[in-house]
Write a protein that binds this ligand. Structure first.
Ligand code: SER
Length: 582
């Protein structure tokens, strides 16, 4: 049996229910591009909302981290990865959590306890030392010499604020050499394999921690690393998870992994990530903003590395590798099977688009070397490579770095901004995962979302609540709780009411108030827990009042005609409306 199955079975035997992996693109959290940890989709529940599956849950979760794409190519960094997690939502706490982790490692995976060591929270000005975890570890037979206390490495939080708590990290001695008697976290032979976070605080600001309604447990174990450890290989890409993908690349390139490790790892990693992004429920397509930009960068970088090892990039090598990846994972992620055609189409289209300009772009790059000054590619060239030849700036930087030159990225960003302002697509669109700001249409759709939310409440039920939304310059998508398919009559009435409000020309007013005032005033919001103490509320006369970051139009008369184009199911108890403004 493989690790994922063993893990899920074990935690089911301890009373946990398995929940499905959330999409890799968060559905209700615009603050991050991708889920970076298994707990991310669970934040509302860690904050106290009731989870439909109960208080003990476990899963394997699709995660993606893009902050260090440059590290990809070594033996253990991956852009996409799977995380195993088990959670207690106000149910068990430290004792069970640690004991079960230990039991799973030593009894199910048969890891000798001598090869394990742990770190625990040493305490700081705000929060006490985690004595309880120390004594639990000791009771399980982990000696004091293998328990290290740290201040900074044993407190876990996803971002700046939110649910958090002390954690205990479990390390494994990954070496054939004799296990030292003392644990030294700086000794690279000790690798972290599991993190158990005791989430009991909500961090409001730098020095303010308030108790969460529940004491929760959040654990996370990376699948790729653990599988490599269990199989005794020192390079994750040599484990059974990656080997079929690497073999495929060896076959296509007619080269061996040995000697071409970096290139093959990057190709494997990036195409695997692209498969999961393109195959996600969210239907991301390559673009120049947000998740689409990451997808584009991954595919284009994979292509460039394929070219480096002499793969014929005009062949269908991307599809061949993707098919292998889908084959490996479809048993666990049925969306890959369902979206197989889309995935292959996205990859092939993007490849064809890039291949058309890659050669010429590289020539342009070489040409520019004749006139560069101070070892620096100037902004105009970098922008031309981006705009005319489709080179993401990071790619230009990477190629430059290989030749020991740099790129004027600041100048590039200025050019980029100028260009955006000129083309009026977005006043300062998301760049490299930075903050979004919206174009004219997006702003209109944003306000239309509030009107639709209010109209659904009036026509369908006051229990309708927003569950998510997604806006592009072309359309809006709105997910809401509702126990039935809307009837034609309901749909018509909702559409009419929104149009009536648009025609009546209501002002949209922005006010700031404390969270408590906002709740008292009956403002609608998705997850009150996620908001800071002072919030912005947008009201549309007395029709709608929502906690929201904006931006919005000044008056509803700016919206034009509102048309519902589709109403469908999104998930159990959640309906989805797609609508446009004309
Ligand atoms: N959230 C913690 C982590 O990502 C444990 O799952 O390490």
């Amino acid at each position: 049996m493989n690790l994922k199955d063993l893990y899920i079975d074990f935690f089911k035997s301890k009373g946990h229910k398995q929940i499905p992996s959330a999409p890799v693109v968060p559905e209700n959290d615009p603050s991050v591009l991708f889920n970076t940890a298994g707990m991310q989709p669970l934040i509302p529940y860690l904050m106290g909302q009731k989870h439909p599956y109960g208080t003990r849950i476990c899963n394997y979760q699709k995660c993606l981290r893009t902050n260090d794409l440059d590290n990809i190519g070594d033996t253990y960094h991956h852009t996409f990865f799977e995380m195993l997690g088990n959670w207690s939502l106000g149910d068990y706490f430290k004792k069970e959590s640690i004991t079960w982790s230990f039991e799973f490692l030593t009894k199910v995976l048969n890891i000798p306890k001598e090869k394990l060591a742990v770190t625990v929270f040493a305490g700081n000005d705000n929060i006490d030392e985690d004595k309880e975890s120390i004594s639990i570890w000791k009771s399980l037979g982990i000696p004091s010499e293998k328990i290290i206390k740290t201040k900074n490495d044993n407190f876990w939080i996803a971002g700046e604020t939110g649910p958090c708590g002390p954690d205990t990290e479990i390390f494994y001695f990954r070496s054939d050499e004799a296990v030292p008697n003392f644990f030294d976290p700086n000794d690279e032979r000790w690798v972290e394999i599991w993190n158990n976070v005791f989430m009991q605080y909500n961090k409001i600001n730098e020095n303010t921690f308030i108790d969460l309604p529940n004491k929760n447990v959040d654990t996370g174990m990376g699948v790729e690393r653990m599988v490599a450890i269990l199989e005794g290989v020192d390079d994750n890409y040599k484990s059974s998870l990656w080997l079929p993908i690497i073999s495929k690349i060896e076959k296509i390139s007619n080269k061996s992994y040995l000697g071409n490790e970096k290139e093959m790892r990057i190709i494997a990693d990036h195409i695997r990530s692209a498969v999961f992004i393109a195959g996600d429920k969210s239907g991301i397509k390559p673009s120049n903003t947000d998740q689409g930009y990451i997808l584009r960068r991954l595919i284009r970088r994979a292509i460039r590395y394929a070219k480096k090892i002499d793969i014929n990039i005009n062949s269908n090598f991307i599809s061949e590798i993707a098919i292998e990846i889908i084959h490996i994972y479809e048993k666990y992620y049925s969306e890959l099977k369902e979206n197989r055609e889309t995935i292959l189409e996205v990859l092939e289209n993007e490849k064809n688009k890039f291949n058309k300009t890659l050669e010429k772009g590289l020539k342009e790059f070489e040409k520019s070397l004749n006139y560069i000054k101070n070892n620096k590619i100037d902004a105009i060239t970098a922008f031309k490579l981006y705009d005319t030849y489709g080179f993401p700036i990071e790619l230009t930087e990477e190629i430059a770095k290989e030749r020991n030159i740099i790129v004027d990225t600041i100048g590039f960003k200025e050019k980029f901004k100028e260009h955006q302002e000129k083309s009026r697509t977005a006043s300062a669109g998301k760049f490299k995962g930075g903050l979004a700001s919206d174009g004219e249409m997006e702003i209109k759709y944003h306000t239309a979302t509030h009107l639709l939310n209010a109209a659904l409440k009036q026509i369908v039920s006051k229990d309708v609540h927003q569950k998510g939304s997604n806006i592009t310059s072309e359309r809006m998508r709105f997910d809401f709780s509702c126990d039935h398919k809307l009837t034609e009559d309901e749909k018509n009435k909702v559409e009419k009411l929104v149009n009536k409000w648009i025609q009546e020309g209501h002002d949209v007013i922005k006010t700031e108030m404390t969270k408590e005032e906002a709740i008292k005033s009956g403002a609608e919001c998705m997850f009150i827990e996620k908001y800071p103490d002072i919030v912005t509320v947008y009201s549309i006369d007395n029709l709608s009042r929502e906690l929201c970051g904006g931006p919005h139009v000044k008056n509803t008369s700016e919206l034009g005609e509102f048309i519902i184009i589709k109403e469908e199911s999104s998930s159990a108890g959640v309906r989805r409306i797609k609508a446009i403004l004309k």
